[in-house]
Design a protein around this ligand. Structure first.
Ligand code: ADP
Length: 629
């Protein structure tokens, strides 16, 4: 039983293919995690790195409390089940299951006991004396599972174990693997390209595409809150309908207009509070997503649109009616006006019929046409607000705050980008709490300030009806006349650096005598400074870059403003100005070509030195853009 932790995991194959990019996930003990995505998305590579069958290019992999990057597969306490079973054909089922235990030299009667137990769990007791070739695919896969479970691994890894089975058997084995997971109470990580398998088995699912994680969430949340068009289209059958269109806000409602169609529906603006206002101008192109079950052939119960029927697919309990919202269109091709409707009624529809369809407005999804990201993210990054600055005061939503020195600007009218994580719960503005929703590890607070909506994220759940809020001014942006007049302080500082070795002579004690000895030290060179690297960090560099490239690769050291201290020695910097944000002060400095921000207690001027906190520093290889530390 174990947690599995993946931090900034990358895989770059020797031919340059970046198969896995910055994979981050904390898998809890006993979870059933499914990696899903189309062929080539990097799911098997990730699983094989966890198994130890593939080297990790960069990042840290932990099973339980142990870093296992360099540990042999056999020492990782994992068991793996493959698509092709990988059974020994000349051995009986019994011997196949017992094989690994015999290698580990377990006592005979203990092996016998474990084999019988596993066979019992998997319902293959009567086949123990048969050879694999006498068995069906499903039975063979059970033997492969049996061989894995007798090892009592901390983590079970399964790579497309059911894809060689026929559809009926797959459904049955799916249920059996879920049952096995419940019984064994072990962490399972399961790879499949089949979204139905993922949805029915996973406690959480990782959706991948082109080597990048798209979304990690429970099956329900993936279905209800897809973060982008890819996830929306990948999860659910038949696929979500995607139309192209625009959104136009008129007072308290928003018109959703479908391109190449007369269809137009109106939703209350409250449904789109989380959307960036730029989407609501009637010009910005969006994809309008609606699942086939959220369209009903009816004259009431939703926003009504006209559809021309093209064809249908009878599925017995329901019919998939294909049509077009462009009454001149044909509904056969996968165009942007094609609609699929899941119909459970018993009325017949013929090709060419014009029908009325009710769309369930509460279930409409919207995605940016270019980035394909959701226009309505579950946790919005910003509140987009009209604002005014007058006499050093910032006015927004009928409220007024003194701008601190560092964020002061001339009088203006413009737009305030107020990040949801820049709203603090200890200020002077009184806001009403509409709701507090736990999403992932944070709480999303829907607030109203003078009757207008504001979102904030908070580590704690807020149960009170009202809260006093403030603003962390170092995170805000103010735009006026197309110019960014106030900009946020960058969260991460970057310096160019190199990994170097340094020869030194040290005095060492040996047999009670002090001797001089030549030693080699590894470390990071920033300008003329040498910072000795910890053994762990040196190993990470060598593992990611190899011995030769470690000393030639261009690296970037990254650390936050709180992870740099003004010191007697260290990286030479010259202070450009002190930024006073009221409750906090920062130094804006030049380090070579880079501008760097440092937390400080008092105002400092002139030339200074900076010491990074190496417990918190990150290191990125610039050429391949890989986070090594
Ligand atoms: P999936 O399991 O999602 O189908 P893989 O993890 O097998 O995908 O592969 C991810 C990417 O890495 C693909 O582009 C594949 O072509 C590439 N790849 C896999 N193995 C190798 C290899 N040994 N050498 C080079 N490229 C590889």
């Amino acid at each position: 039983m174990a947690n599995v932790s993946l931090k900034h995991i990358y895989k770059v194959y020797p031919n340059g293919t970046k198969a896995v990019n910055d994979f981050n996930m904390e898998i809890q003990d006993k979870e059933f995690i499914v990696f899903v995505g189309p062929s080539g998305c990097g799911k098997s590579t990730t699983l094989r790195m966890i198994a130890g069958l593939e080297d990790i290019s960069a990042g840290e992999l932990k099973i339980g409390d142990l870093i296992v990057n360099d540990m042999e597969p056999k020492d990782r306490d994992i068991a793996m089940v493959f698509q092709n079973y990988a059974l020994y054909p000349h051995m009986t089922v019994y011997d196949n299951i017992a094989f690994g235990l015999r290698l580990r030299k377990l006592p005979k009667d203990e092996i016998h006991q474990k084999v019988l137990e596993a066979a019992e769990i998997l319902g293959i007791t009567e086949y123990l004396n048969k050879k694999p070739k006498e068995m069906s695919g499903g039975q063979r896969q059970r033997v492969a599972l049996g061989r894995a479970i007798v090892r009592e691994p901390k983590v079970m890894l399964l790579d497309e174990p059911l894809s060689n089975l026929d559809a009926k058997l797959r459904t049955q084995m799916r249920a059996e693997i879920s049952k096995l997971h419940a019984k064994l109470k072990t962490t399972f990580i399961y790879v499949t390209h089949d979204q139905v398998e993922a949805m029915t088995m996973g406690t959480r699912i990782v959706v991948m595409k082109n080597g990048f994680v798209q979304q990690i969430d429970t099956p329900k949340n993936l279905y209800n809150y897809p973060a982008n068009k890819f996830v929306a289209g990948f999860i659910g059958t038949p696929q979500m309908n995607f139309f192209e269109g625009t959104l136009l806000k008129k007072g308290d409602s928003v018109a959703i207009k479908f391109d190449n169609s007369e269809a137009e529906i109106t939703v209350p603006y409250s449904m789109l509070y989380k959307a960036k206002p730029a989407y609501l101008d009637g010009n910005a192109k969006v994809y309008i997503g609606l699942r086939p079950e959220d369209a009903t052939i009816a004259n009431e119960g939703g926003a009504l649109i006209k559809v021309k029927v093209s064809h249908k697919e009878e599925l017995g309990s329901e019919t998939l009616v294909y049509g077009d919202i462009n009454l001149e269109g044909d509904g056969y091709g996968e165009g942007s006006t094609r609609i699929i409707i899941k119909d459970t009624g018993d009325k017949e529809y013929n090709s060419g019929d014009i029908i009325t369809v009710a769309l369930n407005l509460n279930r409409v999804h919207l995605f940016d046409k270019e980035t394909e990201q959701s226009v309505l993210p579950r946790i919005p990054e910003y509140n987009y607000l009209d604002c005014e600055v007058k006499g050093g005061k910032l006015k927004f939503l009928g409220a007024e705050l003194d701008l601190p020195e560092a964020a002061k600007c001339a009088d203006l009218k413009g737009e305030l980008l107020l990040p949801t994580d820049a709203i603090t719960l200890n200020g002077s503005l009184k806001a009403e709490v509409v709701s507090c929703e736990k999403i992932g590890g944070v709480n999303l607070l829907a607030l109203t300030l003078n009757g207008k909506r504001l979102y904030a994220v908070s580590p704690e759940c807020v149960e009170a009806k009202s809260v006093n809020i403030g603003v962390d001014f170092k995170k805000i942006t103010v735009i006026s006349g197309g110019e960014k007049v106030v900009t946020p302080m960058p969260e991460v500082n970057g310096f160019a650096c190199k990994f170097v070795k340094k020869k030194a002579v040290e005095e060492v004690e040996e047999n009670g005598k002090t001797k001089k000895k030549k030693v080699i030290r590894f470390g990071f060179a920033v300008g003329d400074n040498f910072f000795e690297a910890s053994e762990e960090n040196s190993q990470k560099i060598f593992a990611a870059l190899g011995i030769k490239k470690a000393f030639t690769a261009g690296l970037k050291m990254e650390c936050g403003a709180y992870d740099l201290a003004v010191s007697e020695k260290g990286i030479a910097a010259s202070v450009m100005e002190t930024l006073d944000y009221g409750c906090e002060k920062f130094l804006k400095c030049k380090v070579g070509e880079n501008t760097v921000f440092v937390k400080c207690e008092d105002e400092v001027k002139g030339d200074i030195h900076l010491l990074p906190d190496f417990g918190k520093v990150g290191v990125v290889e610039t050429e391949r853009d890989i986070k090594i530390i």
